[in-house]
Structure formats: C-alpha cells, structure tokens
Design a protein around this ligand. Structure first.
Ligand code: SF4
Length: 219
C-alpha cells in the first residue's frame, strides 16, 4: 500500500507501456513537448471530462471527470466517463437508491493500438474504482475517435497482474530517479519527445561498426 504523497499520475501508465524512457522524461525529468497527437488527444479528453457532470437516464447514471485513486497501485487520476448501471451486485451510491455497477469508459483519438497501453490505463482505472466503491468490475470500454466505436476490455487476471507489475516498475524507477536509455524503434517517429530525447544520437552504437564506418573507411 502506498501513501498519497507517493501517488503517480495514472495516465502515465500509457506512456510507460509506449516507452519507459518517454515516461521517465515526462514524469521524472518533468520534460514535456506537444505534438499533433498529444494536442488532439488533450482536446478530446477536455470534451469528454466536462468535470463533475452527472446525467441520469433510467437505470444508467453517467459521471464525467470523476477523480480516482488506488492505494494498492499508488496512483491517482481522472476518468473520462464512468457509467453506473443499476445492478443488484453493484455498489451503493450516496444519494441514489439501489445498487450500481461502475463501468469506466476512456476516450482515445485514433484507433485500437497493439501495445496494450490503453487497456492497461483502463484496467488501472477499474482497480481504482474497485477500491473506492468496494465492488468488482469485470469490463470497461475504450472509445476510439477515428472509427467512433467502443472497444470492450475484459479485466482478466493477466491484465490486472500486468498493471500491478507496471505500477511497481514505475515506482521503482521514480525512487531511483533513473531514466532508461534510448531504445530506438519506429515508435520514435510518433513520439512527442523525439526532439528532446534525440534517439538517433543517443542510441548505443556498436563499437566495431563505428570503427569500420568512421576510421577504416577513411584509410
Ligand atoms: S524518441 Fe523513442 S526512445 Fe525517445 S522517448 Fe520517444 S519513443 Fe522513447
């Protein structure tokens, strides 16, 4: 269990999955750069958050911008949308009759990613909501702006274990104040921190190849 002073930004988990170094540059070294993707994503989230708004339609209560935290993950953040569905197995909600099952919904621009970063972020939100409402949450949804579709995410044991492992690694890196080295890959082209990270300059160079290229080739 972490204390509040050690909480990490929950949204950082998607940076961490995308690239450990990117996360450390943002969250340990406090460097940040906007590119088209981050700006468009930010605008989309602002629209989705509309902080603190409640809307009730029949047996569905929709809450936007709900602040969340988890002591077991040592994280806090904000959900774009949490839907509370009336369900006898759900949690009690102050001011509302009956029991309600929380379902987190996260808005993303673009489309489904292969690296699992969005699923990890959504699952971390679910773990926070479970601790706050003392109930079990089996599923959530990612809404992708490009195709305007919802993608269902099941919070399996494997996904939960992975999120706990990621959170442990993040806390450990922060404690050590360690920024991982560059691992250059095609994702660097889409990275908002490429100009700060300078991955091509910093990637490890094979000494033999360097000598061949820069010394022997000049003989
Ligand atoms: S440029 Fe590449 S290595 Fe550097 S932070 Fe971005 S993704 Fe990571």
């Amino acid at each position: 269990m972490y204390s509040e002073k050690d909480y990490l930004m929950l949204s950082g988990i998607q940076h961490f999955v995308f690239c450990r170094r990117q996360w450390a540059l943002i969250h340990i070294e406090q460097q940040w750069a906007e590119n088209y993707q981050t700006t468009a994503g930010e605008l989309m989230h602002k629209k989705a958050h509309d902080e603190g708004s409640f809307e009730k339609r029949g047996d569905l209560l929709t809450v936007r911008g709900l602040r969340i935290s988890s002591r077991s993950l040592g994280m806090s953040g904000q959900c774009d949308v949490v839907e509370f569905h009336q369900d006898k197995d759900g949690a009690e909600l102050f001011g509302y009759d009956g029991r309600w099952r929380p379902v987190p919904v996260e808005y993303k621009r673009g489309t489904v990613k292969e690296d699992g970063s969005d699923e990890a972020q959504l699952c971390a939100q679910a773990i926070c909501l479970e601790e706050m409402f003392q109930t079990e949450i089996r599923e959530g949804f990612l809404y992708y702006g490009q195709n305007r579709r919802r993608h269902r995410v099941e919070f399996t044991e494997a996904l939960r274990e992975n999120v706990k492992k990621l959170s442990g690694e993040m806390h450990e890196l922060l404690l050590r104040g360690y920024t991982p080295n560059v691992r250059y890959s095609k994702r660097c082209k889409a990275c908002s921190l490429e100009d700060i990270c300078l991955p091509k300059l910093q990637k490890d160079v094979d000494v033999r190849a360097y000598i061949e290229q820069n010394i022997h080739s000049k003989d």
